[in-house]
Design a binder for this molecule. Structure first.
Ligand SMILES: O=C(O)CCC(=O)C(=O)O
Length: 301
């Protein structure tokens, strides 16, 4: 298989929780064609007959509704990255969603551990499930880039609520979300920073994903992320989200492994030590924290 990830790229994936892939076989015209189809889907969601356009028009089995999309997943560079991370034979889950960036900011969250925020299994620190984000247009600071917090893919939150569960895993369930939709940008920035600060991990690595048209991000399913707001003058920013999972147990490197290039685990260069495992003073450490560790004033909501 051409386009397998290198040792360095695979290590980056394990540390940061994502890699950006530029498809090798798709043209600008193809991405524009998909962009137009995305716009048509949103027009249909808004004016069509479906009472549940979320599921019928924007979400689930989009590959059947938009067959050309399959070319993104079949692209050698995208397939090479997925093969490297999830082993050959990985499968694409039928839950898909076409996201449009919104005029308000989303909070940091992990996607619920099954589609539509259902629960059914526990999160695993192993790279067994991935998210794919495909952006048919360029993404820049003005049209609502997705923001990721590198290294957070190994975290977990408590989701129980009595006999039920919480829908979705926000990084801070107690935070007031209203300010994220307002035009008080300082307040918005403070609220987002505080939602991370309450984890007590000091050097979290926030990254806005600004990429050329047609880029694909492959991310660990559990990475904390959010949609940032678009500006009124920007054209809609679409993103197709797919869930992908491994089918077989790994029995060796599925990426382009070279014995000489892979660092000895005792001598991992400092840039590969995830920020979320560093202590506040910058020393590398192995302490993993539950982000919902009770605070002094914690209530039982
Ligand atoms: O649109 C985006 O960039 C991210 C959307 C997202 O994470 C969500 O709605 O769960």
């Amino acid at each position: 298989v051409e386009h397998l990830l290198s040792d360095e790229q695979f290590l980056r994936y394990l540390v940061d929780g994502y890699v950006v892939v530029e498809p090798a076989s798709l043209t600008d015209e193809f991405h524009q064609h998909i962009y137009s189809q995305a716009a048509e889907r949103y027009a249909e969601a808004e004016t069509g007959v479906s009472k549940t356009p979320h599921r019928d028009v924007l979400g689930d089995v989009l590959l059947a509704k938009m067959p050309d999309l399959q070319r993104v997943l079949d692209d050698p560079a995208v397939d090479g990255a997925l093969h490297s991370i999830l082993d050959p034979g990985y499968f694409v889950h039928p839950h898909h969603f076409l996201h449009e960036s919104l005029p308000g900011d989303q909070p940091f969250h992990q996607d619920g551990n099954l589609p539509w925020n259902e629960r059914g299994h526990y999160r695993s620190h192993r790279p067994d499930w991935a998210l794919i984000f495909y952006y048919p247009q360029a993404v820049h600071p003005d049209n609502g880039p997705t923001e990721l917090v590198a290294g957070t893919q190994y975290w977990t939150t408590d989701f129980e609520r009595g006999d039920e569960w919480q829908a979705g895993d926000l990084i801070d369930r107690r935070a007031d979300r209203a300010i994220l939709s307002e035009d008080d940008f300082e307040g918005r920035d403070r609220a987002l920073a505080e939602s991370l600060n309450q984890t007590s991990i000091s050097d979290l690595d926030r990254r806005f994903i600004c990429v050329p048209a047609g880029s694909v991000v492959v991310a660990h399913f559990d990475i904390f992320h959010r949609g940032s707001r678009t500006t009124p003058a920007a054209d809609p920013r679409y993103m197709f989200k797919f869930c992908v999972a491994r089918r077989v147990e790994p029995n060796g490197p599925a990426w382009r492994h070279s014995l000489n290039a892979m660092p000895d685990s005792q001598q991992v260069p400092s840039e590969f030590v995830p920020s979320s495992t560093r202590f506040g003073d910058g020393r590398p450490g192995r302490r993993l924290r539950r982000i919902s560790a009770p605070r002094a004033s914690a209530s039982s909501s």
